[in-house]
Design a protein around this ligand. Sequence first.
Ligand code: ADP
Length: 605
Amino acid sequence: MKDLRRLLRHLAPYKKFVGLNILFNILMALFTVVSIPVFIPFFRILFGMEAPVSVRPDGVNSIGDAVDMANYTFSKIVAEQGPSRALLLTCFVLVAMFFLKNLFRYLSMYFIAPVRNGIVRDIRQEIFDRMTVLPLGYFSEERKGDLMSRIVADVQEIEWSILNVLEAVFRSPVIISGALFLMIYMSPGLTLVIFILMIFSGVIIGGISSRLRRQSGELQDILGILVSTVEETLGGLRVIKAFRAERFQQGLFRKVNESYRDTQTKIIRRRDLSSPLSEFLGIGVISILLWFGSQRIFAGELGAEAFMAFLLAFYNVIEPSKSLTNAFYNIQKGLAAVDRVDKILDVPGGMPECPDPKSILEIQEGLRFENVSFTYPNADIPALNGIDFFLPKGKTVALVGLSGAGKSTIADLIPRFYDVTEGRITIDGIDIRDAKLNDIRGLLGIVTQEAILFHESVYNNITFGLEASEAEVFKSARLAHAAEFIDQLPEGYDFNIGDRGGKLSGGQRQRLTIARALLRNPQLLILDEATSALDSESERLVQEALDVLLADRTALVIAHRLSTIRRADEILVLRDGAIVERGSHDDLIAKKGEYSKLVALQGLG
Ligand code: ADP
């Protein structure tokens, strides 16, 4: 029940439409039921058994009276205008009733359309918004493709199951109970027989659908893996081609794709079994019903016309019962989808903030790492061990070390992508965990190795959500030596740089991200220098742009260029998550230790 409430909570903003849908659903159901007895006089005349009711009932106080009244009116018409005219009239009444029934049916769907699409929009937006605020750690645990399949496939599933709930709760029961009421009124004995038979077939069909439920859960999971594989492959096409791993990737995809096919085939075969089976069971039930019914008619306990109407009522019970069972099955599937979606929505967003966070709008003194150790949530050994350093305002600290030494990890701790395991990081003496996360991130500008660029115009890639005047954007581009190449582009600042900036050269991408950082003019810059080698002309331009960016700026640099390292006020040499040497370039070279080996090894300079 609690689960169902979670599903239905998405309906809340659409109360008005849902109300109208329910109203028309009920009206439709009523007209379905009421149109059944209209057939009775028709059969009567056809079977030549109309028995005139000549006494007009005094009033209409019960169903019985209503039936008598209808019979009376009908006999009068037959007597006055002849059976043909009476039949014609019945036909008109039938047409009118079915017209109304279907009109209401359409109206009910008309009002649910904005609801189903609205729900899909709401949940998608909610998941997407969530994804942007979730802590980074979350994404190293979850497959991206699985998240994608949730935002596409599971949301669709939820839409379906909500529709089914509406139908199951408000339409089918009205039709079923109305038709059952008529059936009991016409022949309680036969209704009992049917009831038993229906329970029997229900159990058989229910057995099929329960297996189906589990298999569709499996199917959604496989779909998640499938989308993940596509996502990873598209993201790594360059590497895949370079390593000639196309066949390997194709093989991976083939395996998932085949397992999707196999599961889907099983599901479809099982699902397709339900229709022939229920038709077969149905004809079984009808035969038994015909047998019992005709016995009653021969015994004079039941009129043939009432029996026909009874069959009609029964026919009207079948469809809604089917949709009721279907709804039951689909709701289960929908709840599984709600679970998958809620797993994302329930993850605490961002990093936990302390109850009374302090505001830091400007850096006065500097950034300090105090004996910081850090272990990744899924790792056994710490990535950082007792890191201690001070970055004073306006100075530059460079981190150097072999790959895997822990440089990026240090950088990731400052914006609180992760929180330290031990020790603390302070800005002006305030632990960053006690400060407003928004303030901390507002102080920072990050320029990363893999220039993070989006499939957007040059202009938007520079502003990147920041409110800035055109003049400021142009100025930053000029200072970053990006203006030169932007002016050469076909559409200048409106040029779309392609997926991840694929239409630009490596040096151009770097200068674009430097322009972005300059525009932000961050109080604390975290620069993760690109390792990729550039030709000497590009290198010179990037170097000059970096000089502008770093001038008098408080900066932590993961440095690969000797020129950048040289201008740093302090160099920290890292190995296995610990600082093994520190000092200026000249001091460290003179020491002939780790740093000088590194310089020789990496050809720094
Ligand atoms: P560097 O930037 O110096 O190349 P990193 O800071 O990326 O080094 O990595 C430091 C250590 O932390 C490495 O041993 C690496 O395997 C590990 N590491 C990095 N990211 C993660 C992660 N998301 N989960 C677990 N371990 C990680």
